[in-house]
Design a protein around this ligand. Structure first.
Ligand code: FES
Ligand SMILES: [Fe+2]
Length: 334
């Protein structure tokens, strides 16, 4: 029987996943969903904690509670939990009473990286992808608003890594028929046990170049791409337009919410954004590109990706075949 990767595959618990923007966590608890399970994220005593969103008393949602005296207080009967999950107070028993050990809740791993809050429900098998451009002071970060969409995170990343769809669904933005044949690309599979790097030079239609309108540059221009992928659903795509000097790293972090829904956190790290107009133009263009992808990926069958069999691959797909191999390894790890 072939393994199928969905947003609720249990092996996904052994990895880091983004669940919200760090800036969106205020003084009250927030409910998030990951791999089909609900989690509560809360700042207690200056540190961010994450717990299953279920009170051990009568199963209320802890995210409906409030922060009181640096503890998370359940909305139903007022039990309070500290940042390690230890039950600090059961009001019905009175202050200072001993609380049963089963009243404690287990914290899970949490960290802030790339302005996002990440959690790992179980011991993670790999770290979050390093992105060198993140710390480059010469570049400007342009965050897309988080986008919730109706496909699996695997279907998103399979599409993001796919280099053969540009001249078909992206003709409205950057695709060109001159890019239909994949003459070759370099795929480095042995530098990262949980990821790979792909290098490719190809042609795009550069409608964003003002010198195309004046006739100084041709519309179809060469572009260098470098993809870095890290399991489960993170990829940084480094773009370089040699004719204009434009550099842009599109970092994509995808959260598997439930079987049918995912959230994309995406940031562009660019050298061509100097003012508000540039910023707005970059967001509008990237939104148009993703809208083109969504028209296809939200209608793919099954919200799942078969990891062996069930689909037909060619040598032009060998990076997305490698994605399947890595995810197979993650799901079958013991
Ligand atoms: S359900 Fe949470 S205190 Fe009772
Ligand atoms: Fe695309």
């Amino acid at each position: 029987m072939s393994t199928v990767l969905t947003n609720e595959s249990t092996g996904l618990a052994r990895a880091w996943h983004p669940v919200m923007r760090a800036a969106d966590l205020g003084n009250e608890p927030v409910r998030v969903q990951l791999i089909g399970d609900p989690w509560v994220i809360v700042r207690l005593n200056g540190q961010i904690s994450a717990f299953l969103d279920r009170c051990p008393h009568r199963n209320a949602r802890l995210s409906d509670g409030t922060v009181v005296d640096s503890t998370l207080q359940c909305a139903y009967h007022g039990w309070r939990f500290g940042e390690t999950g230890a039950c600090a107070l059961i009001p019905a028993l009175g202050a200072g009473a001993t609380t049963p050990p089963t009243a404690n809740i287990a914290p899970i791993r949490v960290q802030v990286k790339y302005d996002l809050i990440w959690i790992a429900p179980q011991e993670p098998l790999c770290d979050i992808l390093p992105i060198a451009a993140w710390d480059d002071p010469e570049l400007t970060k342009v965050w897309m608003p988080p986008i919730v969409f109706g496909a699996s995170a695997a279907q998103f990343i399979d599409n993001f890594l796919d280099i053969t769809h540009f001249p078909f669904i992206h003709l409205g933005t950057f695709g060109t028929k001159d890019d239909e044949t994949i003459d070759g690309f370099d795929l480095a599979k042995d530098t990262d046990p949980w990821g790979f790097t792909l290098l490719r030079d190809h042609m795009i239609a550069n409608k964003m170049d003002p010198k195309v309108g004046t006739g100084e540059h041709p519309l179809v221009q060469p572009r260098s791409m470098r993809y870095d992928f890290r399991a489960p659903f993170t990829s940084a795509l480094q773009l370089h337009l040699t004719m204009t000097g434009m550099r842009n790293v599109i970092a994509s972090f995808c959260q598997p919410i439930d079987m049918n829904t995912s959230c994309l956190y995406q940031v562009m790290i660019r050298n061509d954004v100097h003012n508000d107009d540039d910023y707005a133009r970059a967001i509008a263009f990237q939104t148009a590109v993703f809208d083109e992808d969504l028209k296809i990926i939200e209608y793919l069958y099954d919200k799942a990706i078969p990891l062996s069999g069930g689909q037909t691959h060619t040598k032009a797909d060998r990076n997305t075949v490698e994605f399947r191999r890595i995810m197979s390894k993650l799901l079958s790890a013991t």
